[in-house]
Structures are given as structure tokens and as C-alpha cells.
Write a new protein. Structure first.
Length: 232
């Protein structure tokens, strides 16, 4: 299988290529530069693998949640490339991709993936590794305040994502009484993990037509009103 994966939902811009049994990737922390970086990254990976775009069997993309502009860019690019190449698209949760940034030590610890959603909120979802390279979702993706975050039962946790960097104190309180094995606020969803999850989806027959590939925002507003800012 030749699969190209794109992840632009956060400050990190990344692209990965699955070429047979090989996976190669490019990633750069580059806020507001995703549009200029993502296609050259893709072309560089294809050149490194020695294949052209028409050799691709599918396009995968991190569908969000994340920054509105970044999510929209990634999904639009994936749709455009897939339509031009007549291949399907696989959408992958950016929170699930982020969860795979947690240490893989064969433990049964749960993973809290949290992305800073701005406006006093975060995007969150909890997972556990399935032992086969994938994830088991323990709850639903949601946008919440750190203070109102509810966690499923688990004795030990890994925490990954920019939500920890912003709300470490409050999230630490939510995790009180549980073992936190590591907490990494400098982690972002990566295309290499989008790719690994997307291959599983392809094998399971869950790739879809490009026009059915939709972004996930979790909320429909991008800024606080003046009145809301005044109440903060």
C-alpha cells in the first residue's frame, strides 16, 4: 500500500508516506505556515520513495479537532488530491493521533489526549492502547473547560498535548489520586500516527469517497464576543 497522510490541525505541520513496509515522514512546528509547507513536504517524501502521486492508493488526513484553519486546510488538501488521483480518503481523529505520542510501554495505563482549544477550553479524549498498534476509545471527543473535564476510571495515566501545557495545574487536580506516569505538554498530532491508524482503517474497508471526508471542529465559534471577554 502507498498512502500519504497529512496532519495540520495544530501548530505542527506534518506529512507521512507509507510505501510498502516503509514509513517516512516530515514534521515542522510552524504556526501559520502550513499552507506553504505541506505540499512541498509531500513532494519531498514521494521523491525520497521514488514514486509519483499516481502511485498512491489512498490519502489520509487528521480531521480535527484543532485549529479551524488548520483542520480545514488539511481536509481540503486531502479531498483535492484524492479527487485528482481518483483514490479514497481516510479521516483520522487528531486526538487519536496525538494519543499515540504517549509512551508505548505495554502497560494498561489510560491516555488523556488534550489540545488547547483557546477561549478557556480544551479538546479532550481518552484512550487505551489495544496491544496491536491501535487504540480503544474510552470516551467521546469533546470540547470542555479543564475544570469540568470528566475522566473514565483508570488508575494510571499518560497525558499528552498542548492542553497540558496550558492547564497543567487544573488537569493535575482532575487527576488527583491517580498515578500520572508522564505528562508532555509539548506533543502535537503527527502524520506518522495518522498514517498508522489510517492503514488499519483501509484494511478494515473504511476508506471513503473524497466528498464524504469531513472535518470535525466540535464547536462552531472561533472567538469570544466582547461581552464574553468582559466576563472572563
Amino acid at each position: 500500500m502507498n498512502l500519504l497522510a497529512i496532519e495540520t490541525a495544530t501548530e505542527s505541520c506534518s506529512v507521512a508516506l507509507v510505501h510498502g513496509d516503509e514509513v517516512i515522514a516530515r514534521s515542522e512546528l510552524a504556526p501559520r505556515r502550513h499552507a506553504e509547507l505541506v505540499l512541498p513536504m509531500a513532494d519531498a517524501l514521494l521523491a525520497e520513495a521514488g514514486i509519483g502521486r499516481h502511485a498512491l492508493d489512498a490519502i489520509a488526513v487528521g480531521r480535527g479537532p484543532g485549529a479551524f484553519t488548520g483542520v480545514r486546510l488539511g481536509v481540503s488538501l486531502a479531498q483535492g488530491m484524492a479527487l485528482a488521483l481518483d483514490v479514497p480518503v481516510v479521516t483520522v481523529s487528531s486526538l487519536a493521533a496525538l494519543a499515540l505520542e504517549a509512551p508505548d510501554d505495554d502497560s494498561d495505563a489510560a491516555i488523556l489526549a488534550v489540545i488547547d482549544a483557546r477561549m478557556g477550553e480544551l479538546y479532550a479524549a481518552c484512550y487505551r492502547r489495544d496491544g496491536l498498534g491501535g487504540l480503544i476509545a474510552l470516551d467521546d471527543e469533546r470540547v470542555v473547560t479543564a475544570e469540568s473535564l470528566q475522566l473514565p476510571p483508570a488508575e494510571a495515566w499518560y497525558v499528552v498535548g498542548s492542553g497540558w501545557a496550558t492547564y497543567a495545574e487544573v488537569l493535575g487536580e482532575r487527576l488527583a489520586g491517580r498515578t500520572v506516569r508522564s505528562a508532555q505538554g509539548d506533543r502535537f498530532p503527527q502524520a506518522v500516527h495518522v498514517a498508522s491508524l489510517a492503514v488499519r482503517e483501509c484494511v478494515a474497508g473504511r476508506a471513503q469517497a473524497p466528498e464524504l471526508a469531513l472535518p470535525v471542529y466540535l464547536r462552531d465559534k472561533v472567538a469570544l464576543t466582547l461581552a464574553e471577554q468582559g466576563r472572563r
